[in-house]
Design a protein around this ligand. Structure first.
Ligand SMILES: Nc1ncnc2c1ncn2[C@@H]1O[C@H](COP(=O)(O)OP(=O)(O)O)[C@@H](O)[C@H]1O
Ligand SMILES: [Mg+2]
Length: 367
């Protein structure tokens, strides 16, 4: 029996039947298939995803395998999954051109777990293989240094060469758990409030972003001050945000405040990437019973009502609080825990929404 001669066109035609479930087009049209190699019945190719944290990885791979496997003569298929995070256009703006996505993490009020969620999501994205940074812009309560175990950190100055060849002094971010980090907390004495108000605060945060040598980042998460203050407005003014994530607890009151902050972003033309419900429920370690301490389902209802994505529920867990307090977020201290898996799921959904949003061109926000 003569071996069948398989061609690259056959492979591409087969893969044209495989859609990216999120982006709604096929993998070939989306230019996600690379480096096809054929040797008799052996076929190898690379699928370049739009984020390493893609939650559809397994499905896309299985669909590719099925499509190519149906070609006559194919006996063995090797698929390599890589990722190239697609930048928002324009990428990072003029201020931080090498940062592909800036994402604001916001809440209506303090204490809902915005910083805890930011830290864990950042680590989850980094663990998935993305280049991630956190800017702790919560001028009223910068807790990211504590959460990441960076309290004693002092920032160093380095010289950064610009695209035009000029060398300018910049701040080198601290690095922990695979995440680059700069906090307004690094710039003030612990326990000292920042004596700044209104527009000055916003300017300060913007300057801080631009003064940091972030290097290349796929995602920069900004831990925003709670509410809808000046920092939000001036951040949106200075940098093209890929979107905002709203963290809330299921409590009705918290939800209505959170909705206000969500609407403020929408008004500024910032896409809402989704709502995360934190402290959604508590599973008693002794009995296994579930308790809805702050009420039930507020985040999901809010997301449905406002027609924005719901990214998931994070339970209230003693381990999460303990891990945060000692600078080892639960993703690092107990990566196999349910809590860690939940954060990975939410991070995947967030990355998915960023990919979806960055396919749609949005004009720069004009203030
Ligand atoms: N899912 C959770 N389970 C247990 N404790 C949590 C959880 N999320 C946040 N916390 C705790 O709640 C407190 C407030 O969280 P924090 O992230 O500082 O909130 P915010 O940044 O919104 O003010 C912290 O003590 C934190 O450890
Ligand atoms: Mg905080």
């Amino acid at each position: 029996m003569n071996p069948v001669n398989i061609t690259e066109t056959q492979i591409l035609n087969a893969l044209r039947t495989v859609p990216d479930p999120d982006l709604g087009k096929d993998l070939v049209t989306l230019n996600m298939i690379k480096n096809i190699k054929i040797c008799e019945g052996n076929v190898a190719f690379v699928v370049e995803l739009t984020t390493p944290a893609c939650p559809m990885k397994a499905k896309i791979e299985a669909d590719c395998r099925a499509a190519v496997g149906a070609i006559e003569g194919v006996t063995h298929i090797k698929i390599e999954l890589t990722a190239n995070v697609v930048a928002r256009r324009p990428q990072g703006g003029k201020v931080i051109p090498k940062v592909k996505h800036v994402i604001a993490v916001a809440s209506g009020k303090g204490g809902v777990g915005k910083s805890t969620v930011t830290a864990n999501l950042a680590i989850a994205l980094a663990q998935a293989g993305a280049k991630v940074g956190i800017l702790d812009a919560d001028v009223y309560g910068p807790t990211i240094p504590m959460l990441l175990g960076l309290e004693d950190e002092t920032l160093e100055q380095i010289a950064e060469r610009q695209a035009d060849g000029n060398v300018i002094p910049k701040i080198a971010p601290a690095e922990r758990h695979g995440v680059s980090c700069v906090s307004v907390g690094f710039l003030v004495e612990p326990g000292q409030p920042l004596v700044m108000r209104g527009p000055m605060l916003g300017k300060f945060v913007n300057q801080l972003i631009g003064d940091v040598a972030w290097g290349e980042l796929d995602y920069l998460l900004v831990d925003m001050p709670p509410g809808t203050g000046d920092t939000t407005i001036s951040l949106v003014d200075a940098i093209p945000l890929s979107g905002a994530v709203i963290v809330m607890t299921p409590q009705d009151v918290a939800a209505s405040i959170a909705v206000k902050s969500l609407k403020a972003f929408q008004k500024l033309n910032v896409p809402i990437l989704g709502i995360i419900e934190n402290m959604a429920y508590f599973i008693a370690p002794d009995t296994g019973n579930t308790y809805y301490i702050f009420g039930r389902g507020g985040g999901m209802e809010a997301a449905e009502g406002l027609q924005v994505p719901f990214l998931g529920r994070i339970p209230l867990e003693i381990a999460t609080r303990e891990a945060s307090d000692c600078g080892e977020p639960v993703l690092v201290s107990d990566p196999e825990s349910i809590q860690a898996k939940t954060f990975h799921e939410v991070a995947g959904k967030l990355a998915q929404q960023i990919s979806i949003q960055s396919r749609k061109f949005r004009p720069l926000n004009v203030m």
